[in-house]
Design a protein around this ligand. Structure first.
Ligand code: ASP
Length: 336
């Protein structure tokens, strides 16, 4: 029997139309463009349906409200389909992929995010291959996790990073092997795939919480950030140098972090380097962070760390539990 895949279109370049103000998503336009692709109806293609979200958005406008809506569509249609393809703008695709990986607890079907750098309606579009290959991967039922397919690479969703604003090979997962490399055939990297643990499938929506990201730079005046580190902030991702280092003249930072820690803010230390891991305490420059109660994000991307903070805070855990789980690998997002 033919497999069935649900394609969920959220917006993004793949289905955009040229307007007076530049490319913009237009309702109904993607459906027409897909119907014009003969291969989508060929014997080799699975059966598919299209679910168009409303409103369609440039992914810069996607918020956790849309993450909840996308996860909800997957949850509501879970038993009716063998897999899901989420068509999404590339700009924040890695955030949405990370968020869905945490929200879809006990997932044992493929959820493949993809999009394109050039709209499907344009002659040189990369959307056609991205869409058709994602459809086949979603129907295969091999990568039973949230993943992202783009230009020949299938990567784990919560390891994905957008690497280029204009190259067709726009994504990579610098800290994790590809789940599949796609050339003449789809070569799955079986040892890298998540092994679904037979858990009950549940959707765990996110609550709208105050989460922040702060990138450290040479000469940063930490005192300027004092006003955001209040008890209102649930969690913050600190993007530090190298293995988790901050300027040693950070007399101003440590008291802020200690206060935030006392207020219950979870401070997660990630690295500005696309590859490699945070190792708190390896240098004097990072020991102070550890001593002040920050947790290590190890080799997690900032995108995954943000999504994980939303996820854990939405579960109503205690701050100590959240700090504990931030340092545990929950969905293949970190190497501890
Ligand atoms: N601005 C677009 C978006 O993220 C870019 C893209 O889809 O490639 O929606």
């Amino acid at each position: 029997m033919k497999k069935k895949v649900l394609i969920i279109y959220t917006g993004g370049t793949i289905g955009m139309k040229k307007t007076d103000k530049g490319y913009a998503p237009v309702a109904g336009f993607l459906g027409e463009a897909i119907s014009a692709i003969e291969d989508m109806k060929s014997d080799g293609a699975p059966l598919w349906d299209l679910h168009e979200m409303s409103p369609l958005l440039d992914s810069s406008d996607i918020t956790l409200k849309e993450w909840n809506k996308i996860a909800g569509v997957i949850y509501d249609n879970y038993s009716a389909y063998d897999g899901f393809v989420v068509l999404h703008g590339t700009d924040t695709m890695a955030y949405t992929a990370s968020a869905l990986s945490f929200m879809l607890h006990g997932l044992d079907k493929p959820v493949v995010l993809t999009g394109s750098q050039i709209p499907l309606s344009e002659i040189r579009s990369d959307g056609r291959d991205n869409l058709i290959t994602s459809l086949l991967i979603a129907a295969d039922g091999v990568a039973n996790e949230v993943c992202l397919y783009f230009s020949g690479k299938l990567i784990r969703g919560n390891r994905a990073v957008k690497m280029s604003a204009d190259r067709l090979v726009a994504f990579d997962s610098p800290n994790y092997p590809h789940l599949a490399d796609v050339g003449i055939s789809i070569k799955y990297n079986y040892s890298a795939l998540e092994k679904p643990g037979g858990k009950k499938f549940e959707m765990r929506p996110f609550r709208d919480l105050p989460i922040g990201v702060l990138k450290v730079f040479p000469g940063i005046q930490f005192s300027l950030f004092e006003s955001i580190m209040t008890d209102k902030l649930s969690g913050i991702v600190l993007e530090t140098f190298g293995a988790g280092n901050i300027p040693s003249d950070s007399g101003a930072l440590i008291p802020i972090i200690s206060r935030a820690f006392e207020n219950g803010t979870v401070i997660t230390v990630c690295s500005q380097c696309p590859s490699g891991t945070v190792s708190l305490g390896a240098y004097e420059a990072s020991s102070a962070l550890k001593a002040a109660g920050a947790v290590s994000g190890y080799d997690m991307t900032t995108e995954a760390a943000v999504a994980k903070l939303y996820y854990l805070f939405s579960l109503d855990l205690t701050v100590d539990e959240i700090k504990h789980y931030m340092e545990q690998n929950l969905r293949g997002e970190m190497t501890v």
